[in-house]
Design a protein around this ligand. Structure first.
Ligand code: FAD
Length: 403
């Protein structure tokens, strides 16, 4: 039984069948639609360039052909691992031999008065986007709280659709939580050049409404901004309560080992809800990415099937804003040194991050080869002099031939 019909849940089911699992597989999901990909929600789907059908991770026929019982609109409300039973919101008692938590995460709520007004949105689900889209058209005033990837991707789409966009960020730079000042400065400039008003070091004091609908925001500075729609993109909270209530060890994530096993023998967790040792770094954390959900789904299947641990990949992520593709290899937290390769002014460069002489991460802007090579060097724990990677006179091929 898999709780959560998203990227990790579907990957677990697919890998189980690929690995020869003959038992029943049930996926229980509380959303009303078949499992879908989330990345296009703040990109092509919001822009209207991708229809809903193309979002599905697998077509309806796949579940029939693979004998995977996917149940939508089915919320699990409690789990009893000692009795091998899960109970759903409609009171159904379901048995399992193995249980997988693939419950993902939810939008972090904004702790400000007025956050419950109409036209205040989050961006996590298909429903969220369908509700938001009519409010990002020509001349609408869209305010976005949070200059993380989702906030900035939405800003880029909203500008393309003609909205007036203001981004408010509490930190002193955009993307502060996830990247270096070089990349933050680049994206700040990119958005401003497309007409986005970015206000950093800015706190929102109050969301004001008229007849229950948001119409303006008051900042801590006292400034008032007109607002037809407000998008809150201030991060996520992992869905761990179901597991914690069932006695499974959690700490801002369901704790799992390298095979995605929890502290209870026949219970597993994968994706945004799971917390694990992040290789090749050795620290414990949660990764909120498609790559992580897929990797852990494969680990769960291998553990259930008693197969060797699947080959690990370097963590990776991407973001599309305007005509700029960012590809991120590794996790840059704690880097000691950095070097730029390529040309920032031409929107084609990579920042490489180092710790203990080893390459630990790279942010590659419109630079796919740098991203691909960084993934390999990071996974191998390669010691490579920063100046060498930053030398634009030498081709990347020449440089890495020796490593
Ligand atoms: P989810 O996909 O969230 O699936 C979990 C499912 O479980 C949900 O449907 C949830 O409703 C359901 N559920 C929870 N509790 C219960 C319950 N009790 N009973 C039944 N069902 C339950 N990652 C990238 O790598 N690159 C990107 O560019 C990127 N862009 C993104 C853009 C957006 C707008 C968003 C929201 C995410 C993006 N991500 C991106 C992150 C990526 O989509 C997630 O990391 C990934 O979807 C996690 O998969 P998951 O299966 O763990 O969780």
């Amino acid at each position: 039984m898999i709780i959560g019909a998203g990227q990790a849940g579907v990957q677990t089911a697919a890998s189980l069948r690929l690995g020869g699992f003959k038992g029943n597989i049930t996926i229980l999901g509380d959303e009303p639609v078949l499992p879908y990909q989330r990345p296009p929600l703040s990109k092509a789907y919001l822009k209207g360039e991708m229809d809903g059908e193309r979002l599905y991770l697998k077509p309806a026929e796949w579940y029939v052909a693979q004998n995977v019982n996917v149940q939508t609109g089915k919320r699990v409300t409690s789990v009893h691992p000692e009795k091998n039973i899960a109970i759903t919101a409609d009171g159904e008692k379901l048995n399992f031999d193995y249980l997988v938590f693939a419950t993902g995460s939810r939008n972090r709520p904004l702790p400000i008065k007025g956050a419950g007004l109409q036209n205040v949105f989050g961006l996590r689900t298909l429903r969220n986007v369908d509700q938001l889209r009519p409010h990002v058209g020509t001349d609408k005033n869209l305010v976005i709280i949070g200059a993380g990837y989702i906030g900035l991707e939405t800003a880029a789409v909203a500008r393309a659709l003609g909205a007036k966009v203001t981004v408010l960020e509490l930190a002193d730079r955009v993307l502060e939580r996830v990247t270096s000042p070089i990349i933050s400065t680049f994206y700040d400039g990119l958005h401003r050049s497309h007409g986005v008003d970015i206000k950093t070091s800015t706190n929102t004091a109050k969301i004001n409404g008229k007849n229950g609908v948001v119409d303006s925001l008051t900042l801590s500075s006292g400034l008032t901004l007109p607002c037809d729609a407000l998008l809150v993109g201030i991060g996520i909270v992992p869905n761990i309560e179901l597991a914690a209530d069932a006695g499974i060890a959690c700490d801002d994530g369901i704790l799992v080992d390298e095979r995605s096993r929890t502290n209870i023998a026949h219970v597993f967790a994968a994706g945004d809800c799971a917390k694990r040792t992040i290789l090749p770094y050795g620290h414990i954390g949660r990764l909120e990415s498609v790559h992580n959900a897929i990797e852990q789904g494969k680990q769960v299947a291998a553990a259930i099937l008693g197969k060797p641990l699947p080959k690990l990949d370097c963590p990776w992520f991407w973001s599309d804003q305007y005509d700029v593709k960012l590809q991120i290899a590794g996790v840059s937290t704690g880097y000691e040194e950095q070097i730029v390769r390529g040309s920032i002014k031409d929107n084609k460069f990579a920042v490489f991050y180092f710790k203990d002489k080893k390459l630990i991460a790279a942010d590659a802007i419109n630079s796919a080869p740098e991203f691909m090579i960084a993934k390999r060097l990071i996974l191998d724990g390669t010691e490579i002099p920063p100046q060498l990677l930053g030398n634009n006179q030498c081709s990347l091929k020449e440089i890495v031939a020796h490593y």
